[in-house]
Design a protein around this ligand. Structure first.
Ligand code: ADP
Ligand code: TRP
Length: 326
């Protein structure tokens, strides 16, 4: 039995990149009979960048509703808010005291953020990887599916875990492996760069139809006239379509591009219609939990939090015992 664990920060509403690159593959992994999954909302991590409480509340609900919309089975798996299981922060403190400062100084994500935030850079950003290590080690996770930008954080988690294990002279923590699917990391945004909240180039599939179509129409294209043939391989609409379409649908669009008399507007309409069609059920479930029945969402999370606490409290007991806090 492998334990799969991953977290998504509640730093915005999940977009198509998050869904295809992280949420949907994680849910697929959780369906394998031998896997037991732990998926949580990294709301404490989101405090490193987002301070506004109302925004956080909305994003937590949006991230949670997205997991459920993509079919996470909360009976079989564990699904919770990081901030509601106090053991995360308790373990993070213990781990802080085993983490060499030079290791944190070397974290590329911290270096990037300290450049971006300059003098307003906060200590939470500095110790971010330690809280992430606590998230993982608390649940004895074996496999952590993440994007490749998280590779270094996983290496740090293993280093911190090994430091504690060596100190204690016994395997207190399980050493987790990252699972990185390189080909999933490249989902482009409407401007052709990597889709990201921070570039404001994302496709939010949960928008109402007309707003969604407006976003799709913004996808970058060149000025090749309608009647001329177009290169599908350099076009962002085609790239996004290829992530969702069947082989037959994709082949049809490809032929249209190559033949000419087919404009980017046609391709965008086809992409919009495909999104509406294949995500009809996730969009319905998202709206149910996010808009119509937030109490049902809250109930799911609270149930998950009890399950998470039951596991986390055992790990914490082990650590307290070792460190003399019992
Ligand atoms: P953002 O860049 O929008 O802030 P996050 O860093 O919060 O996204 O990413 C959350 C998860 O979604 C990560 O596991 C990451 O691998 C995945 N992800 C984000 N953007 C993309 C993308 N453009 N293509 C594929 N996966 C992505
Ligand atoms: N740092 C991760 C990200 O930005 C989110 C995260 C927090 C996480 N804790 C985690 C991912 C534990 C995996 C495991 O994508």
């Amino acid at each position: 039995m492998a334990r799969i664990l991953t977290g998504i920060q509640s730093s915005g509403r999940p977009h198509l990149g998050n869904i295809l690159g992280a949420i949907r593959p994680a849910v697929e992994l959780s369906k394998l009979p031998d896997n037991e999954s732990f998926f949580f909302i990294a709301d404490l991590h989101s405090l490193t960048t987002i301070k506004d409480g109302a925004a956080r509340r909305e994003y937590i609900r949006a991230v949670a509703a997205t997991w459920l919309a993509f079919g996470l089975d909360t009976e079989k798996n564990t699904f919770w808010r990081q901030s509601r299981v106090a053991e995360h922060t308790e373990l993070a403190w213990y781990l802080n005291c085993f983490t060499p400062v030079p290791m944190l100084n070397n974290a590329t994500s911290f270096k990037d953020k300290s450049e971006k935030f300059a003098s307003s850079v906060n200590a939470g950003l500095f110790t971010y990887p330690v809280l992430q290590a606590a998230d993982i080690l608390l649940y004895d996770a074996n496999i952590v599916p993440v994007g490749k930008d998280q590779k270094q954080h996983l290496e740090m988690t293993r280093d911190i875990a090994s430091a504690v294990n060596n100190f204690c002279g016994e395997p207190i923590f399980v050493l987790p492996d990252a699972r990185i699917d390189e080909k999933l990391m490249t989902i482009p945004g409407v401007d052709g760069q990597k889709m990201s909240k921070s570039y404001n180039n994302y496709v939010d599939i949960f928008l109402p139809d007309n707003e969604l179509y407006k976003v799709i129409k913004k996808i970058k294209s060149d000025s090749t006239p309608l009647e001329e043939p177009k290169n599908p391989d350099t076009d962002v609409t085609y790239q996004l379509y290829s992530l969702l379409a069947t082989d037959a649908q994709l082949d049809e669009m490809r032929q249209n591009y190559l033949r000419g008399n087919y404009g980017y507007g046609h391709a965008k309409k086809a992409l919009y219609e495909l999104i509406v069609e294949i995500f009809a059920e996730p969009r319905r479930v998202f709206n149910y939990y996010f808009l119509e029945n937030p109490d049902a969402l809250e109930a799911e999370l609270q149930r998950g939090e009890e399950k998470a606490r039951a596991v986390a409290s055992k790990t914490i007991a082990r650590v307290r015992e070792q460190l003399g806090f019992n």
